[in-house]
Design a protein around this ligand. Sequence first.
Ligand code: PLP
Length: 415
Amino acid sequence: MSQKGILSRRNFVAASTAMVAGVTRSTAAGTTNRSADLESRLARRELKDIFKEDLPTPCMVVDQDIFESNLKKMADHCTKTGIHLRAHVKVHKSTEIARRQLALGAIGLTCATVAECELMAHAGFNGILLTRQPTSKNNIARVVALAKRDATFGTVVDDPQAATWLQEAARAENVKLRTVVDVYAGLTRHGIEAGRPALDLAKQVDSSKNLKLFGIMGYSGRAAHTHVFEERFKKSRSDLSGMLETVASARSAGLPVEIITGGSTGTYNIDSELKGLTELQAGSFVFMDTLYREIGGKENATTFDDFGSALTVLATVISKRHPGLCTIDAGNKALLKPTDEVKGRPDVKIENQGAEYGLLVWKDGDRDYKIGERVEIYPSNLDMSTNVYDRYYVTRGERVVDVWPIMGRSGAAQR
Ligand SMILES: Cc1ncc(COP(=O)(O)O)c(C=O)c1O
């Protein structure tokens, strides 16, 4: 294609993108090389005059204003109700985001994997809790190493055998490891049975020389996504009841239970009302996903809109050969799902058509997409989606104002 052809196509793309975004900027013709040297400019952190239209797609875009308001809203809620936030990082895997959460008052971070703990610990953060019991030699050794560098680091256990292994590993390194007993709260994937088994495990931890019984965890994962606020309230109360009875028995037995940890974005204002937990492990509220929006809130029964949708996958229309549908460059590898939603076009259905292809399908012929047009998609599952990208492009309107790396994405260090 001639240089003139390239320029005219670029102008067309820029114009259609600007139209969609409601932007009337006319600078595209003078900035034809912006995308070409994007990487080197990002490396030099020269973000001036980088716009969404310059980004390679599919990519992840964070709306800074909505994101900041989500963080503040949760921080204010915690201050007002007295519950603490130990923010779950699995949803964002970003030290930039964790730093902002801690600055707003979070008492620490919860992590699903040892690798996430390492990432956060090496960034200098304290109060990290691993919420998935370590059982492999590899993970146990790394957990003990984390406790050695930071006495505020802790892990959960739901099995006497794991507690024994951790005690042996901690003794070998002469370390005292904060340990939280994970009690079943309605989610069969983890948690020792409430009552006698949980109490016995708490006693075992307490009497282990190199373990420090720190508290009790109960994560009611089924309650988190229960639709209708009142139903969610009932489900939370019943799922947490056994765990809270165990806390009472442990305290009567003279065991130290400093923290009672659990909770989620879906139950954040239920957990603070129930007064059982001392801290919330909520994570998704920073970005919100489409599935969470459907559960309904306390104020708005149809949409859980306490927190705004701050994260989108930006994609480009790459083919438009049939009426009422077009192809975008986000498919299986971008974890596109039929439950995702197109920003500003709730009428559009999303289909997956292969590794690098997605389909948008709609009925309104007056609202056709054009090739080159940019589309923003709200993901249905944040953890999975962020796991396939290397960075967040942080934006204000059309402007890219920051770029945050997502945790190391290759090799054993990921796990
Ligand atoms: C152990 C644990 N705590 C808390 C959460 C809550 O996270 P969210 O607020 O994203 O629902 C999760 C989510 O899977 C979890 O696994």
